[in-house]
Design a protein around this ligand. Structure first.
Ligand code: FAD
Length: 381
């Protein structure tokens, strides 16, 4: 393959890489090559159709698009319309269903009281006072108890946190918990963004449209590191893979949490009545059950439904999902970022490149900014 004919090489076809490729092809009218190691485009935002039920599901976990950024909202509308899906999260604890994040309904239902919003602070202050600590919180558990009191912590936070981190919250540092949002009203919207929804034709179609420009060539099933040596260093490279891998792990490996999923088909139209149900207790091995038919209330699906159980664990290096923001990984990524800043013509960014949890709208905003601030000048010449 003649790589020298491309004005830029993009590694990764998630939102970061796809936005950059689309901008270069549509705005600068230059040829661009996208290299993707998976057998599909779209990165972790990809969606596909379950063959048994015809229900569209998000391959790497439920993805809700939400943003208050008008520029991002206008940009994404070039490729899709959104439905009116509104995200709400529920949690099952001891066989009962509660609102999450904790709101007034959760508190009233849990304690079997009927508090008014202005009574919540005093009520929780009494709950917190039952566990007086002599010193500032030393770990995640103490911090959580100091914020919401022991009963709510033990019901809704402890087991879920254990499953997410595979560690007792007593062994987790207190600084990973900045705040525990408690709503003193009945607001049950998960997001406070100006806009939210699910792409009407699914995420997969967005990526197909984004990369459909004939100036874009996409190579699937291709690992960048297998062809890196053949790519001339004079061509600008946008790399959205793991930053530690780019530098051949020379300072050590960054750690991630990962997820795995187990799908089931049920002979009912509706299994759980909502798209995402959390399971708070540590005795239940999974963290959530997704039921993707609820993401598209506008669609007519058949009489069967699909559910997907989500399990969380530490990544063994094969499927990085969530960065771990502890001291060890934060100082490691700082070293890699310093190395990245010394590179000429190479831009390492996106979820894996920045080693940061980005929502989709933040990823798109970051890619648009890189295109405008650096790539227009570099690729236009
Ligand atoms: C479980 C989960 C749920 C989420 N839910 C939401 C949500 O509800 N709402 C929301 O806004 N955001 C959500 N997100 C965040 C969203 O997934 C990210 O914002 C988005 O995927 C980031 O895009 P990206 O392009 O940076 O990375 P990715 O989507 O991860 O894309 C990177 C791509 O690079 C490829 N790649 C890596 N290394 C190489 C290599 N060496 N050679 C070739 N290709 C390579 C990968 O295969 C991948 O396709 C969620 C994330 C997770 C993990």
């Amino acid at each position: 393959m003649d790589y020298s004919k491309y004005s830029a090489i993009i590694v990764g076809s998630g939102f970061f890489g796809s936005v950059i490729a689309e901008r270069i092809a549509s705005e600068l009218k230059k040829p661009v090559l996208v290299i993707e190691k998976r057998n599909h485009i779209g990165g972790n935002s990809y969606s596909e159709i379950d063959p048994m039920t015809g229900i569209e599901f998000h391959t790497y976990g439920t993805h809700i698009f939400h943003t208050s950024n008008e520029k991002v909202w206008n940009y994404i509308h070039k490729f899709t319309e959104f439905n009116s899906y509104f995200h709400q999260v529920l949690t099952t604890y001891k066989g009962k269903v509660f609102q999450m994040p904790i709101n007034l309904e959760t508190i009233n239902q849990f304690y079997n009281v009927n508090l008014k919003p202005y009574e919540v602070d005093d009520f929780l202050a009494k709950e917190k006072a039952k566990d007086k600590f002599d010193q500032p919180p030393r770990n995640f558990e103490e911090k959580a108890i100091s914020l919401i009191g022991r009963p709510l912590y033990e019901a809704f936070i402890r087991g879920y946190t254990m499953k997410q981190w595979n560690k007792d919250p007593k062994e987790l540092p207190e600084f990973i918990l900045n705040r525990l949002p408690i709503r003193k009203n009945y607001n049950e919207s998960y997001y406070f963004s100006k806009w939210q929804g699910i792409p009407k034709d699914g995420y997969g179609k967005i990526f197909e449209k984004m990369l459909s420009n004939p100036l874009i060539t996409t190579l699937l099933n291709t690992n960048f590191f297998d062809i890196q040596e053949k790519i001339p260093s004079s061509i600008p490279l946008v790399y959205s893979g793991p930053i530690d891998q780019y530098f051949n792990y020379k300072f050590g490996r960054l750690e991630y949490r990962t997820l795995h999923f187990e799908a089931e088909v049920h002979p009912y139209e509706d299994y759980q009545g909502t798209s995402v149900m959390n399971y708070a207790e540590s005795s239940v091995p999974y963290t959530r059950i997704h039921e993707p038919r609820h993401l598209h209330p506008e669609r007519e699906y058949g009489k069967k439904t699909l559910t997907i159980k989500e399990f969380s664990s530490l990544d063994d290096g094969t499927n990085p999902y969530y960065p771990i923001n502890d001291e060890k990984n934060s100082s490691l990524v700082k070293k890699y970022r310093e190395e990245a800043s010394k590179l000429n013509n190479v831009f390492i960014s996106g979820r894996l490149g920045d080693y940061k949890y980005f929502d989709m709208h933040e990823t798109i905003a970051a890619a648009l900014a890189l295109f405008e601030d650096k790539l227009i000048a570099l690729v236009s010449v």
